[in-house]
Design a protein around this ligand. Structure first.
Ligand code: HT7
Ligand code: ZN
Length: 879
C-alpha cells in the first residue's frame, strides 16, 4: 500500500463538464454506460499529460474516444488507474463497464441491501462503478438513466430532478435524472427498490416549495415522522442562523439496512442507515430519537457545508465535517438542552478523541498523509474539527462568525476548497489575524494547560498563570504554542466577580463583564485581574472553550463550590467529575492496601443535594450523578489497570447507592410520571434521571429493587424505560434475566433495530461469561456478519464498551477481536479496520496486556491479502 501526501497535491490534468450515466440493473450484474465530456485543465502543469482515470473491481466491456473504439494498445490498466497516453484537448469518452452489486460486500460503490440497489461513493467508491476522475475537485453536471424491472424496482432515484419516466418492454422501466449543480463523484447516488414513502412540503423563506420524501420499507412507514419533523426544523434553522436556503424542488431521504456509517449527504438524495432515520417511542430510545434529529440535520446542513462548497482534496475532509458537526451541535442545542448537549459532546471528545490524539493513529485536523482515506473519518476530523470551528466562533462572536460564514459561502459557492480558504474568509470578514490559530489544523495532539492562581490580598489582584504544552505525536516531536481561547470567571462569596484584566479593555461581548475569554498564545502567560475584593474560586475553560486537558490544583471545598454554584453548566458538571475521580482514586488505593472503599461524606452530601433539589434540570442531575466513565478514567490513569478501575468505580457506585437509597427512591418516584411519550427535552431529562436512579438502586441488590426493575421492564410503553430496565436486570444477579431477554426477543424479533439493542445489552454485560455468550450469539439466526449494525451491536459493543470483559486477563477478548477482524478484512475492510480501534491502544495498559494485544496485532499483520484499511491501522499501531 502506498502513502499519499498532501504536499503532492496537484490540480487535475483534466476536467469533466458533463457526465452521462446509464445503469442497466439486472439480477446477475449491472451494466454501466458512461459518457464523459472531458477537457484539459488550463491550470494543469503538464499540458500533454496522459488521461488517468480511477477504476476498481470493474470489468471493462468497451472504451471509445470521440466515438472511436480504442485499440488494446491505446490504453493500459495499472492498479486502480486506467491510462490513455494520447488524448486531444477536448473529447468525449464512452466506457461500458460491468459490475456485480449482488456480491459487493464492502458496501462501497453500488451494492444490494435487503433487495434494493443503493450506492455509497464517499470517499472513493465511485471508481467501483465506472472509470472516472474520482477526486473531489473534479465537478461535473450529471445526467443519469436508470433502467430496471418495474415490479422488483418500482422506485428509481438519483440526484437532482426527475426529467423522464417511461415504461419499456419486458416489464422494465426507465427514469432519467438531471442534477443542475456540478458535483464531485463522491456525491453521486442511485437507489432502486420496492420502497414506500412518507411525504411533506417545505416552503423556503424566498417562497420555493420543496417536496420532501422519506423512502423506507413498507413496514417502517410508521417510523418516519420524527425524521421528517427534524428535517423541516433543520431547514428552517439553517435559514435563520446561517441564511442558507435549500436550492432544489425535491429532497429525498432513503433508509437502508446495510450501511457502513450513519448517513450520506448525496446531493438531494441522502442515504441513511435505518438506525439514523427510523424512530418511534415503542422501538427507539431517547438517545435514538436524538441521534435521528442530529444526523438528519447534519446531512441536510452538508447541502451548503460540503456540497455547494466542497473539499479540494481528502486532506481537507474536516472543512466539511468539522464545520457540519459544529452546525448540527448548535442545532441540537437549540432544539433541546444546550448544556446537556455540550456535556455529551465533551464526554465523547475527552474519551474517544483524546485517546486517538494520544495513540498511534494521532493526526492533525488536516492530516499530512494517509494510506486509506476511509481510515480518516475519525473523531479528530469530526469532533476535534468541530471544536476548532467552535473556537473560531468563540473568538469572533456570533455576529463575526456569521460575517465569516457568509463570505465563505458567497466567495466559494460551486468550488472545491481548503481549510485555509475557510479560515481566510473568517479573517477577512472580521479584520482579524488567525495566523497562530491555524496551528490547530496542522498540529496533532491534545494541548495541556497547567493553570495556577494567586491572590494578593494587599494589592487586591488575582493572577492566573497559564502554561501550555503539547505531547509529541507520530511524526511531530515538537509543537509550537497554540492560540487557545480560555473562557474564565471568578466566583466570590456572593456570585461572579467583575473582571478587570490588567492591560486590557473590558470585553465588549460580556454583558456584565464577569466572564472573559483569555487569549492564551504563549508557552507561559500571566493574566492579572485587578480590584478583586476576596480570594475567588476560578471557573476555568467555561463551556469547554478549547479542546485541551486543563489542570488546576483545586481544593476539595473549591470543587464542591463549583459543583453547587457555578453558573456555567459545563464547569458544574466537570467539578462533579473531578470529585468522582478523587473518590475512585481513593478506592483504588484502598483496594491496593486491602481495605474497603469508603465514599467521602462531603461527596455523598453533594450528591444528596442534587437529588433533593427539584429546581435543577433533571438531565443535569443525572449527568452529575454519573461517575466518570471507565473510558475517561483510562485517559486519566496511567498505566491502565482495567480490572482495578472497574472494581473501584463499582465500589464507589455501590457506596453512593447505599448511602442515598431513600433519596434515590424518592427521586425515582418523582420522575416516574405516566404520560404520553414525547421526545422533548423535559421528558428526556426526567427519564434520564429516573433511569440513573434505577441503575444506582439496583446496586443495593435486594428483592425490592429487583422488583422495581422488573415492574419497569414489564410495564413500560417506551423503549427508553424498557431498555434501561433490561440493562439493569442483565447486569444484576437477578434470576429473571434469562426470561427478560427471551421476552424482549420474542416481542421484537421482527424489528432489526430493536434486536441490535438486544445484542448490545448482552455484549455489554459486565458479568463474567459474557464473551461466551457473545460467541453463541454470533450463531443466532438474527445475527448477520454482513450487516454493519449487527457487527457494531455485538462485536463492536463487546470490544469497545465492555472493558472489564474485553481486557480479560487470559487475553481471550483480544484473540476474539483479532479473529473477527481477520474474518471481516476481506468482506468489509472499512468495518474491519474500525473494529480494530480498541487493540490499537495497547500502550496504555499493564505490561502483560500490552504483550497480549501486540501479539494479536502481529497475527493480523501476518495475514495474507490484508486490505489497505486494516494494514494501515495495524502497521501504524505497531510502529
Ligand atoms: N460524509 C459522510 C461520510 C460517509 C462515509 C465515509 C466513508 C465510508 C462510508 C461513508 N458513509 C458516509 C457522512 C457524514 O459525515 O455526513
Ligand atoms: Zn458529515
Amino acid at each position: 500500500p502506498t502513502t499519499i501526501y498532501l504536499s503532492d497535491y496537484r490540480v487535475p490534468d483534466f476536467l469533466i463538464d458533463k457526465t452521462e450515466l446509464s445503469f442497466e440493473l439486472e439480477e446477475a450484474h449491472t451494466t454501466v454506460n458512461s459518457r464523459l465530456y472531458l477537457r484539459r485543465n488550463p491550470e494543469a502543469l503538464d499540458q500533454s499529460a496522459p488521461l488517468e482515470l480511477h477504476g476498481a473491481d470493474l470489468s471493462l466491456e468497451s472504451i471509445a474516444l470521440d466515438g472511436r473504439e480504442l485499440a488494446a494498445d491505446e490504453w493500459v490498466e495499472e492498479g486502480e488507474l486506467l491510462r490513455i497516453a494520447s488524448v486531444p484537448d477536448n473529447f468525449t469518452l464512452h466506457c461500458v463497464t460491468r459490475i456485480y452489486p449482488q456480491s459487493n460486500t464492502s458496501l462501497e460503490g453500488l451494492y444490494k441491501s435487503s433487495g434494493m440497489f443503493c450506492t455509497q461513493c464517499e470517499a472513493e467508491g465511485f471508481r467501483k462503478i465506472t472509470y472516472y476522475l474520482d477526486r473531489p475537485d473534479v465537478m461535473a453536471e450529471f445526467y443519469v438513466d436508470i433502467i430496471a424491472d418495474k415490479s422488483l424496482y418500482p422506485v428509481l432515484l438519483s440526484n437532482g430532478n426527475c426529467v423522464l419516466e417511461e415504461d419499456l418492454e419486458f416489464g422494465r422501466h426507465r427514469t432519467r435524472w438531471h442534477d443542475p449543480f456540478p458535483k464531485p463523484a463522491y456525491l453521486f447516488a442511485l437507489v432502486a427498490g420496492r420502497l414506500s414513502r412518507v411525504s411533506d412540503r417545505f416552503r423556503t423563506r424566498s417562497g420555493r416549495e420543496v417536496d420532501l420524501h422519506i423512502y423506507v420499507e413498507d413496514k417502517d412507514l410508521d417510523k418516519c415522522e420524527h425524521a421528517m419533523t427534524s428535517l423541516k426544523n433543520a431547514m428552517r434553522w439553517d435559514e435563520d442562523v446561517y441564511g442558507r436556503e435549500y436550492d432544489l424542488d425535491i429532497f429525498n431521504i432513503v433508509a437502508v439496512d446495510d450501511f457502513n456509517m450513519g448517513a450520506m449527504e448525496n446531493k438531494s438524495l441522502n442515504i441513511f442507515n435505518t438506525s439514523c432515520v427510523l424512530a418511534k417511542p415503542e422501538t427507539t430510545t431517547d438517545a435514538g430519537f436524538q441521534r435521528v434529529e442530529g444526523v438528519v440535520a447534519h446531512e441536510y446542513f452538508h447541502n451548503w457545508s460540503g456540497n455547494r462548497v466542497t473539499c479540494r482534496d481528502w486532506f481537507q475532509l474536516s472543512l466539511k465535517e468539522g464545520f457540519t458537526v459544529f452546525r448540527d451541535a448548535e442545532f441540537s442545542a437549540d432544539m433541546g438542552s444546550p448544556t446537556v448537549k455540550r456535556v455529551e459532546d465533551v464526554t465523547l471528545l475527552r474519551t474517544a478523541q483524546f485517546a486517538e490524539d494520544a495513540g498511534p493513529m494521532a493526526h492533525p485536523v488536516r492530516p499530512d498523509s494517509f494510506i486509506e482515506i476511509s481510515n480518516f473519518y475519525t473523531v479528530t476530523i469530526y469532533e476535534k474539527g468541530a471544536e476548532v470551528v467552535r473556537m473560531i466562533h468563540t473568538l469572533l462572536g456570533a455576529e463575526g462568525f456569521r460575517r465569516g460564514s457568509d463570505l465563505y459561502f458567497e466567495r466559494h459557492d460551486g468550488q472545491a476548497v481548503t481549510c485555509e480558504d475557510f479560515v481566510r474568509a473568517m479573517e477577512e470578514a472580521n479584520g482579524v489575524d488567525l495566523q497562530q490559530f491555524r496551528r490547530w489544523y496542522s498540529q496533532a495532539g491534545t494541548p495541556r494547560l497547567a493553570v495556577s492562581g494567586e491572590y494578593d490580598e494587599a494589592a487586591q489582584t488575582y493572577t492566573l498563570t497559564v502554561k501550555q504544552s503539547c505531547p509529541a505525536t507520530p511524526g511531530q516531536a515538537e509543537k509550537l504554542p497554540f492560540h487557545i481561547p480560555l473562557k474564565v470567571a471568578l466566583l466570590g462569596e456572593a456570585g461572579q466577580l467583575r473582571l478587570n484584566l490588567q492591560g486590557h479593555k473590558a470585553d465588549p461581548d460580556a454583558a456584565d463583564n464577569t466572564e472573559r475569554v483569555l487569549a492564551v498564545t504563549e508557552d507561559t502567560q500571566a493574566f492579572v485581574f485587578t480590584d478583586i475584593p476576596e480570594r475567588p474560586v476560578p471557573s476555568l475553560l467555561r463551556g469547554f472553550s478549547a479542546p485541551v486537558r486543563l489542570h488546576f490544583d483545586y481544593r476539595r471545598d473549591e470543587l464542591l463550590t463549583l459543583m453547587a454554584k457555578d453558573s456555567d453548566g459545563f464547569c458544574r458538571w466537570d467539578a462533579s467529575q473531578q470529585l468522582g475521580l478523587a473518590e475512585i482514586l481513593s478506592a483504588i488505593s484502598a483496594q491496593e492496601s486491602g481495605q474497603a472503599a469508603v465514599v467521602a461524606e462531603d461527596f455523598v452530601a453533594a450528591c444528596r443535594s442534587l437529588l433533593l433539589d427539584e429546581s435543577l434540570d433533571p438531565a443535569m442531575v443525572a449527568l452529575m450523578l454519573q461517575l466518570p466513565s471507565e473510558a475517561y478514567l483510562a485517559e486519566l490513569i496511567s498505566p491502565v489497570d482495567v480490572q482495578a478501575i472497574y472494581r473501584a468505580r463499582e465500589a464507589v457506585r455501590k457506596g453512593l447507592a447505599h448511602a442515598l437509597r431513600s433519596e434515590l427512591e424518592a427521586c425515582y418516584g418523582r420522575c416516574d410520571v405516566e404520560e404520553e411519550y414525547a421526545a422533548n427535552a423535559e421528558q428526556i431529562a426526567r427519564r434520564s434521571l429516573k433511569n440513573t436512579a434505577l441503575a444506582y438502586l439496583m446496586l443495593c441488590e435486594d428483592g425490592e429493587v429487583y422488583a422495581l426493575a422488573r415492574r419497569q421492564f414489564e410495564r413500560s410503553g417506551n423503549m427508553t424505560d424498557r431498555l434501561a430496565a433490561l440493562v439493569a436486570i442483565v447486569n444484576a444477579a437477578e434470576p429473571y434475566k434469562g426470561e427478560a431477554l427471551q421476552r424482549f426477543y420474542q416481542d421484537w424479533q421482527h424489528e432489526p433495530l430493536v434486536i441490535n439493542q438486544w445484542f448490545q445489552v448482552q455484549a455489554t454485560c459486565r458479568l463474567p461469561g459474557t464473551l461466551g455468550r457473545v460467541k453463541e450469539l454470533m450463531s443466532h439466526p438474527a445475527f448477520d456478519i454482513g450487516n454493519p449494525n449487527k457487527v457494531r451491536a455485538l462485536i463492536g459493543a463487546f470490544c469497545g464498551q465492555n472493558a472489564v470483559n474485553f481486557h480479560a486477563e487470559d487475553g481471550s477478548g483480544y484473540a476474539y477481536l483479532a479473529d473477527q477482524v481477520i474474518e471481516l478484512n476481506r468482506r468489509n475492510p472499512q468495518i474491519a479496520s474500525r473494529l480494530l480501534t480498541p487493540l490499537t491502544k495497547w500502550q496504555k495498559y499493564l505490561p502483560a496486556a500490552q504483550t497480549a494485544m501486540k501479539a494479536e496485532l502481529r497475527r493480523i499483520l501476518a495475514e495474507p491479502e490484508l486490505s489497505s484499511d486494516v494494514y494501515e491501522v495495524v502497521s501504524k499501531s505497531l510502529q
